[in-house]
Design a binder for this molecule. Structure first.
Ligand code: NDP
Length: 314
């Protein structure tokens, strides 16, 4: 064990040296994640809308690549953070994709909340050219991403995960967990977010009803938060975003709907009876159709307020 620890220590030391890292996808969560890599490593970024990459690089020692392929050239580690696994496959294997440019021994770390089956397919394709793959979805939202305090859920082989650790540690200061083989990180992330969605939907319905019944919004929320129905949604999101009426846009509801689909696919694949998660998925899909692709994930509260003609402020 000591020898193993010693080996690990050596490996950590090697990988804490500056590496050539490329990051594809500077969206709401991708940009703050990438910001933690720029100092310790030689960072290249690529974003579909180039202006966002230019703005990210401005004032930092960061190179902007014109294509995913250019970002892949010379990269030891390549991170992706895109809406779904479909876009990950596109930027890796599509026209001017990064995969063809990666050399044997390179590692792809996918921070997308992707789906396990696609991740296994991507990993197998990359393995054909000696490139490793680790799924590394994150949790904690934009504010914790800015502080580098995300939870990171790793799926991959032991050796690849060990290599990924020093990189994800830079933004995963809350917790980094090796869940299992490729796709395991994406599976846990999908279920986690389906639970988040269930909480949002149930809390928006229940709190709206309480307010319509004449209970003060603040009293309702404070009482629940001192009781057994408390959750991250009621303890953090509702006070910060609903009671204040701030409703900032940080995570698209469309992406949460996608996560509910990943969780439900897993439930079905495993032959587990899942009527509650099926209902959550159906409601999320309905809200996505009604509110649009840009709506925030807390907008079910605003929709519920509007439908009931009440205001959850206080
Ligand atoms: P955004 O919608 O903010 O950003 C999406 C990014 O993907 C942008 O850089 C966008 O480029 C790029 N993109 C979209 N379509 C394509 C395409 N076809 N080809 C290439 N690039 C494309 O998403 P987030 O950053 O919020 O989310 C990214 C991932 O992280 C998702 O899987 C999400 O579920 C997950 N996540 C998000 C969290 C959050 O709080 N936001 C929290 C935890 C996980 P462009 O700038 O050109 O539009």
């Amino acid at each position: 064990m000591e020898e193993r620890n010693g080996l690990r220590g050596t490996r950590r030391a090697v990988h804490s040296l500056s590496m050539r890292i490329s990051f594809l996808g500077l969206g709401a969560i991708g940009a703050p994640i990438a910001s933690h890599l720029a100092g310790p490593h030689q960072l290249t970024v690529w974003n579909r809308t180039r202006a966002k990459a230019e703005s990210f690089a401005s004032g930092r020692s960061v190179r902007v690549a014109a294509t995913p392929g250019e970002a892949g050239t010379g990269a030891e580690i390549l991170l992706t953070c895109l809406p779904t696994s479909a876009e990950v496959e596109q930027v890796l294997f599509g026209a001017e994709g990064a995969a063809a440019a990666l050399v044997e021994g390179a590692l792809v770390i996918d921070c997308t909340s992707g789906d396990p089956a696609s991740s296994r397919r991507i990993a197998a394709r990359l393995a054909g050219s000696g490139v490793g793959f680790v799924d590394a979805p994150v949790s904690g939202g934009v504010s914790l991403a800015e502080k580098g305090e995300l939870t990171v859920m790793l799926g991959g082989g032991e050796a690849e995960v060990e290599r990924a650790r020093s990189v994800v540690a830079l933004f995963g200061k809350r917790k980094v967990v090796h869940i299992g083989p490729v796709g395991a990180g994406h599976a846990v992330k999908g279920v986690n977010n389906a639970l988040l969605a269930a909480n949002i939907l149930a809390a928006s319905e229940g709190i709206t009803a309480l307010v319509k019944a004449g209970v003060s919004p603040r009293v309702a929320v404070e009482t629940i938060n001192a009781s057994s129905g408390a959750s991250f949604v009621t303890q953090t999101l509702v006070p910060d975003r609903v009671l204040t009426g701030a409703y900032p846009r940080s995570f698209r509801l469309a992406l949460l709907d996608k996560d509910c689909g990943i969780a439900l696919d897993l439930v079905h694949e495993m032959g587990v009876d899942g009527p509650v998660l099926a209902a959550v998925k159906a409601k999320m899909a309905q809200l996505r159709a009604e509110l649009g692709e840009q709506a925030d994930y807390m907008s079910p509260f605003a929709a519920s307020e509007q439908a009931a003609g009440v205001s959850i402020r206080g």
